[in-house]
Design a protein around this ligand. Structure first.
Ligand code: HEM
Ligand code: SF4
Length: 766
C-alpha cells in the first residue's frame, strides 16, 4: 500500500488566503530556503523575517548561563544562522498584528491551535494589542502565517522598521465618553499603510494610535509617533467628524511627549495626511544612527513648524488616491451593531454586582471587571490575563464565550487583557460561570494588581532583570492584600519593563519599574529603577521620573512604602501623581533610600538571584538584541545609560540641585566615553582617569571623535569639565554642563554610528 501523502497547509488552504498575502508568504518561504542554503546574507534575512513578525528570542545565540558558567546549547543545524548571532534552530517569537485589538472567536481558535502546535501553548497579549507566540521554530512560520492568513490575520510589518500595529480604544463604539467610534478609522488606516510603498524605507519603527476621547488612557496617543483623538466640529452645514492629530511622541530610553500637529483634520484627510507624514519621515528621518531614528528626533531637530511645512508641501503634491476616502461614507455606520437574536428584550438588571447565587466572588468580579456600556442593558467585561498570558485551552473557552455572550467579537487591550463587549446584563452571571470554568474570572481588572509587563528576561535578549518574575510576585501579594487596600491604592497603575527600552510602558504608570543591574562587591545584583508620577489617564498624558534603583527583592516593599506614604500624607482628593509632585523627587527618593542598599550575601542570599529564577543572578545571558533588526551592542547600553543620567541631571537642575546636576552630567559624559572606549577595549573598567585618558588617546588624538563641522569641540566639553574637579556650581554653570553633556552624548552617538559604518564598509570590501 502506498504511504499516505501528507497534506500541506499551502495546498489545504489554497484559495482561502488573499492572493497577494499567499504570494508574500511563498516568497518568504523561498527566502528561508535560500538562507538555509546560505545563499542569502544573514542580515538581509533578519530584516526580512522581522518584517513578517519573526523575532529572535533570548538564548538564540546558543548560549545560556546555568548559574555557574555560560554553556553552549546544542542546536542541530550547527553554524546556520537566521540573523547575526541567532542560531537557526533556536526558539523564536512570532508577533501577530491585531489592528485595534479586534479578534473574532474563529481567529482566536486558530491562534489557540497555533500556540499549541508550534509554540508552548501560551498566547501572550502585548502592550500594543498584539498577540505573540514564543518558542517557535523558524521553519514552521510560513505555515503559521498561512493559517493566520486564512482567517484574515497578517503578521506583516509586526516588527522591523515599519508601521507597527495600529492601536485603538478597546471599548470604542460602546464607551460613554467617546466622541465617536474610532474603530473604522483605525482599520482604514491599518489597511492603507500596510505594505504602502511610501512606508517601506524608515530608519526605525512608526507607531500609530487612535483614541475616542482626550481624557481617558485607552489610545495612549501621547506616546505615539502619530496619534489621533476623535473630534467633532459644527457649523452651519452641520456636524463634521475629524481628529486632533499629534506627532512625535514615544517612549524608549528618553520619553517624548507628542506635539499637537493639527487641531482638526477632517476624516477624509487622515490617510493623505499620514501618507505625507510617513513620506517626510522616510525621506528625512535618520537612517544610520538607530538611536536617533524615530520621528521624534527628526521633529526635535528641525522644529515642529518646519516639520509641518514639509508635510504640507508633501501633501500638496501627493497624487490623488481613491483609497483615501472610498471608505469614509461607510465609517459612520455602527461598526458593531447591537446584537439581534431570539433572546428577547435585554434584562432590567440595575445592580450587576448584586447577584450572589453564582458564588461569593461574583460581586468582586462584577465590581472590577464589568462596566456599563453606552447602550442600555449591555456591559463590557474585562477578562484579566495575569502577565498577559492565556493557554490554548483558555483561548478556546474564551472564543466560545465570546460567541455565546459577546456578539462574536473580542478585543485585546494595551493592559494585556481581553474585553468582551455587548454582554447582556442579565447574562453576566452565566458568563461569569463560564469564565470561572475557564480559570479566567480573576477579579481586579484595572486595579493595582492588574500589572502591565514586558517579556523581560524570560524571552527578551535585552532583558536585564526579570520583569515577569517581579510582576507575578507583586500581583500575588496585591491580590492577597486586596481586601485591606484603600480604594485610592486599588486604583493605582503599576507597569514593569525588564530594561530601559520601556516595552512595559513604565513611564505612564503611577508606579513604574525598569530593570537595571548594580555591581555589589564584585557580584551583579538585579535592581529596578523606580519611576514615579507618570500619568495613565489623558492618553498617557505625562511621564514619570526615575527616583533611584532598588534591589529587585525589595521592590514589593517599595509599593508598600509608597502606598503608606500616600495614604498618610495626601490631603483630600489628590491623585497619586499630584502627591508625588507635591513631595518632590528628592523626598520621594528619601522614602525609599533605606531599601536601596544590598545586604551582604550571608545576610540576604535571595538578593543575589532574580524573582522566579533559581540561578544566581548574572548578566552573562544578555544577548545582542534585535531591536527591529539591528544588533544592539554593549556600547548602545552605555550610551543609553549616559542618556538616562543626563536626563537625571536635568531633573536635578529643575530641582535646583546644581551640584547634583553638574556631577551627574559629568558622570553621563564619562559613561558615554566609556561606551566608545569599549569599541576598542572590551573591558574599559570604571576608573574615570583611565576612561578619560583612553578616550583621549583612542578617539581625540586620532580625530575619530571629530565632527565634520565642530571638529573636536564636543570632546573638549568632557576634558574641560573633568579637569575642573568638583566645586560649587551656580545654576548657570550647571545648566551649561548639562547642555554640554547632552551635546557630548549626541556626538558619541554620531561617532559610534560612523564607526559602525566604517566597519560595515570594511567587511563588505573584504
Ligand atoms: C532597543 C530595542 C527596543 C526598543 C527601543 C523597544 C521599545 C519599545 C517601546 C517603547 C515599546 C512600548 C510601547 C510602544 O510605544 O509601542 C515597545 C513595545 C514592545 N516591545 Fe520593545 N523595544 C525594543 C526591543 C524589544 C525586544 C527585543 C522585545 C522582545 C523580544 C520587545 C518586546 C516588546 C513588546 C512585546 C512590545 C509590545 C509591542 C507590540 O505589540 O507592538 N522589544 N518596545
Ligand atoms: S523593556 Fe527591555 S527587557 Fe522588556 S521587552 Fe523591552 S527590550 Fe526586552
Amino acid at each position: 500500500m502506498a504511504a499516505e501523502k501528507k497534506v500541506k497547509w499551502k495546498d489545504a488552504l489554497a484559495g482561502r488566503l488573499d492572493a497577494a498575502l499567499a504570494d508574500e508568504i511563498d516568497a518568504f518561504e523561498t527566502q528561508l530556503e535560500l538562507r538555509r542554503q546560505d545563499k542569502v546574507d544573514e542580515k538581509v534575512f533578519a530584516e526580512t523575517r522581522l518584517r513578517r513578525g519573526v523575532y529572535g528570542q533570548r538564548y538564540d545565540n546558543g548560549q545560556r548561563h546555568d548559574g555557574v558558567a555560560v554553556r553552549a546549547i546544542e542546536f542541530p543545524s550547527a553554524s546556520l544562522t537566521k540573523g547575526p548571532d541567532t542560531a537557526w534552530d533556536a526558539p523564536g517569537m512570532q508577533r501577530i498584528k491585531i489592528p485595534f485589538g479586534g479578534v473574532t472567536p474563529e481567529q482566536l481558535e486558530v491562534l489557540a491551535d497555533l500556540a499549541e502546535e508550534y509554540s508552548d501553548g501560551i498566547l501572550h497579549v502585548t502592550t500594543r494589542q498584539d498577540f505573540q507566540l514564543h518558542f517557535i521554530h523558524i521553519e514552521d512560520t510560513p505555515d503559521l502565517m498561512r493559517r493566520l492568513g486564512a482567517v484574515g490575520i497578517t503578521s506583516r510589518e509586526a516588527c522591523g522598521n515599519t508601521v507597527r500595529n495600529i492601536t485603538a480604544c478597546p471599548i470604542a463604539g460602546v464607551c460613554s465618553d467617546e466622541t465617536f467610534d474610532v474603530t473604522p478609522y483605525s482599520l482604514a488606516m491599518a489597511d492603507f499603510l500596510l505594505g504602502h510603498p511610501d512606508a517601506q524605507d524608515f530608519g526605525r519603527k512608526f507607531k500609530v494610535a487612535f483614541s475616542g476621547c482626550a481624557g481617558k488612557a485607552c489610545g495612549l496617543v501621547n506616546m505615539h509617533d502619530l496619534g489621533f483623538i476623535a473630534r467633532e466640529r459644527s457649523d452651519e452645514n452641520g456636524t463634521r467628524r475629524g481628529f486632533e492629530a499629534w506627532v512625535g511622541g514615544g517612549l524608549g530610553t528618553i520619553p517624548y511627549d507628542a506635539k499637537l500637529f493639527e487641531e482638526f483634520v477632517p476624516v477624509e484627510e487622515i490617510l493623505p495626511l499620514s501618507q505625507a507624514i510617513v513620506r517626510v519621515f522616510a525621506r528625512l528621518g535618520e537612517k544610520r544612527n538607530r538611536a536617533r531614528a524615530r520621528i521624534k528626533f527628526l521633529i526635535a531637530r528641525i522644529g515642529l513648524e518646519e516639520f509641518k511645512r514639509l508635510v504640507e508641501e508633501e501633501r500638496a503634491v501627493l497624487r490623488e488616491d481613491e483609497s483615501w476616502s472610498n471608505w469614509v461614507d461607510g465609517a459612520t455606520a455602527e461598526f458593531e451593531a447591537e446584537p439581534a437574536g431570539p433572546r428577547g428584550e435585554v434584562g432590567a438588571v440595575t445592580d450587576v454586582g448584586a447577584v450572589t447565587d453564582v458564588g461569593a466572588e461574583y460581586g468582586r468580579w462584577a465590581r472590577d471587571n464589568v462596566q456599563g456600556q453606552r447602550q442600555h442593558g449591555y456591559s463590557v467585561v474585562t477578562v484579566m490575563l495575569p502577565l498577559g498570558d492565556m493557554t490554548s485551552r483558555q483561548a478556546r473557552q474564551l472564543a466560545d464565550l465570546g460567541s455565546e455572550y459577546a456578539n462574536g467579537r473580542l478585543r485585546t487591550t494595551v493592559e494585556q487583557n481581553v474585553v468582551l463587549r455587548w454582554v447582556r446584563d442579565d447574562e453576566l452571571p452565566a458568563l461569569y460561570l463560564g469564565l470561572v470554568a475557564a480559570g479566567l474570572a480573576t477579579a481586579g481588572a484595572g486595579t493595582i494588581s492588574d500589572i502591565t509587563v514586558c517579556p523581560g528576561t524570560d524571552t527578551c535578549k535585552l532583558g536585564i532583570a526579570s520583569s515577569r518574575g517581579l510582576t507575578a510576585e507583586l500581583s500575588r501579594r496585591l491580590r492577597e492584600a486586596d481586601d485591606k487596600l484603600d480604594e485610592s491604592i486599588r486604583g493605582l497603575h503599576i507597569k514593569v519593563s525588564g530594561c530601559f527600552n520601556s516595552c512595559g510602558q513604565h513611564h505612564v504608570a503611577d508606579i513604574g519599574f525598569y530593570g537595571v543591574s548594580r555591581k555589589v562587591a564584585g557580584t551583579t545584583v538585579p535592581h529596578f529603577q523606580v519611576v514615579l508620577g507618570g500619568q495613565w489617564e489623558s492618553n498617557g498624558g505625562s511621564y514619570g521620573l526615575a527616583v533611584g534603583a532598588v534591589p529587585s527583592r525589595a521592590i514589593p516593599l517599595v509599593v508598600e512604602r509608597l502606598s503608606d506614604a500616600y495614604l498618610a500624607e495626601r490631603d483630600g482628593a489628590r491623585t497619586f501623581n499630584e502627591f508625588i509632585e507635591s513631595i518632590g523627587k528628592k523626598k520621594a527618593r528619601g522614602l525609599l533610600e533605606d531599601l536601596m542598599p544590598v545586604p551582604a550575601y550571608e545576610d540576604g542570599p535571595e538578593f543575589y538571584s532574580d524573582w522566579g529564577d533559581p540561578r544566581e543572578f548574572t548578566m552573562s545571558d544578555l544577548g545582542v538584541g534585535e531591536c527591529a533588526g539591528e544588533v544592539v551592542a554593549q556600547t548602545d547600553f552605555d550610551l543609553a545609560e549616559a542618556e538616562r543620567q543626563v536626563f537625571d541631571a536635568q531633573v536635578l537642575l529643575d530641582d535646583k540641585d546644581f551640584d547634583g546636576a553638574d556631577q551627574t552630567a559629568l558622570r553621563s559624559m564619562l559613561e558615554a566615553a566609556k561606551g566608545l572606549v569599549r569599541l576598542e577595549n572590551p573591558d574599559p573598567g570604571q576608573d574615570p582617569d583611565s576612561i578619560v585618558s583612553e578616550f583621549r588617546s583612542r578617539f581625540y588624538d586620532t580625530e575619530l571623535f571629530f565632527d565634520r563641522f565642530a571638529g573636536g569641540k564636543f570632546a573638549q566639553y568632557l576634558f574641560h569639565r573633568y579637569e575642573q574637579g568638583s566645586g560649587d556650581s551656580t545654576g548657570e554653570q550647571a545648566r551649561r554642563v548639562v547642555e554640554e553633556a547632552r551635546l557630548f552624548i549626541e556626538a558619541a552617538h554620531a561617532c559610534h554610528g560612523r564607526m559602525l559604518e566604517k566597519k560595515a564598509a570594511e567587511s563588505q570590501a573584504s
